[in-house]
Design a protein around this ligand. Sequence first.
Ligand SMILES: NC(=O)c1ccc[n+]([C@@H]2O[C@H](COP(=O)([O-])OP(=O)(O)OC[C@H]3O[C@@H](n4cnc5c(N)ncnc54)[C@H](O)[C@@H]3O)[C@@H](O)[C@H]2O)c1
Length: 376
Amino acid sequence: MKPLNIGMVGYGFMGRTHSNGYSQANHFFPCEYKPVLKAVCARNKDKAQAFADTWGYESVETDWRELLKRDDIDAIDVCTPNNLHKEISIAAAEAGKMVLCEKPLAMNQTDGEAMCQAVEKAGVKNMVWYNYRRVPAVTLAKQLIDEGRLGQIFHYRANFLQDWTINADVPQGGAATWRLDAEAAGSGVTGDLLAHCIDTALWLNGQIKDVSAMTETFVKERMHSETGKKEPVKIDDACSFLCHFDNGSLGLFESTRYARGHKALYTFEINGENASIRWDLHDLHRLEYFDHNDDSIVRGWRSVHVSDGDQPYMGNWWVPGLNIGYEHTFIHQVADFLKSLETGEQMHPSFRDALETQKVCDAVLDSAAQRVWKEV
Ligand SMILES: NC(=O)c1ccc[n+]([C@@H]2O[C@H](COP(=O)([O-])OP(=O)(O)OC[C@H]3O[C@@H](n4cnc5c(N)ncnc54)[C@H](O)[C@@H]3O)[C@@H](O)[C@H]2O)c1
């Protein structure tokens, strides 16, 4: 097998999901490429070493620039907070490395464009970890839409709801709460959660033309973990927007970290002329499907348990009827990336694909700030 030597920067939540993906992909998806966990990079050497020992990385680095200099690294996996994506990705591309970057691609469209240009100029393979495309039920939704089963699409509706920042004592900034610090995150729920909903929507339903958004920051000041002082909160705690898609359908998106009771409720529903589709991350194996062409006396919403061998990805897992989960989306993404190396086909979502999501996020934030409709 051909090795794909991975150098991963950051070993937090995503560092774990990706490491698991690299370790498992070849067990279930045969491919001529094999990821090799060459090095993990983080600023604290002891913590990086502990992570390397747990997951089987061969070495550690404490400065990502040193990682980029190494000849034994083929691909840089960027698992850091958002404000580091641009610098690391561009330097990695310039060093001739493949770049696998976490989402959102960048802090804004301008940075994202520079990142796209860097990987394209260097001619290096690239992808962004919008992993929800690779939930088998979501991939099946794509298949049904592409087959034309829904007919003309009228409505696209998506939510991503959480409740973890309601307490005003939650600080901003630092290792645990960088998502509340605009300097590290760029934006709040828009770049963190809605970016996922937008990526899925663009993939399933095509481009978004224009948006009208509102955002709110419910807790205006929070203690900053690094300065120890109360500072203004500059991220959006909640964001809702309306949009027009190029295909004429209307979109409605909502995201918040203030929906008490919801931890990660990502749902979408698509209503077409002939059929509708509904999906819920909390029940990720199920695709709800309503087909108006069904015999009227039994017509109704079906709950399809996407676990059969002829449904996306499932033929490579256990036996029909048995579940897989969240971590498998990352295994699928690694497997598809390895396959793209084998076939030479472009991996999706690429940096360019992810830039489209970035453009929508920027338009949403601009629309909310200026209280006007914005073209994407
Ligand atoms: N695809 C998804 O579903 C998904 C889910 C969560 C997070 N993310 C994205 O993944 C990225 C990381 O998020 P996370 O939840 O893993 O965060 P995290 O806080 O758990 O981990 C971030 C890691 O980056 C490291 N880091 C920070 N600065 C560094 C530096 N200068 N050099 C080396 N390492 C550094 C930290 O030590 C930590 O290990 C973010 O961009 C986030 O938006 C994506």
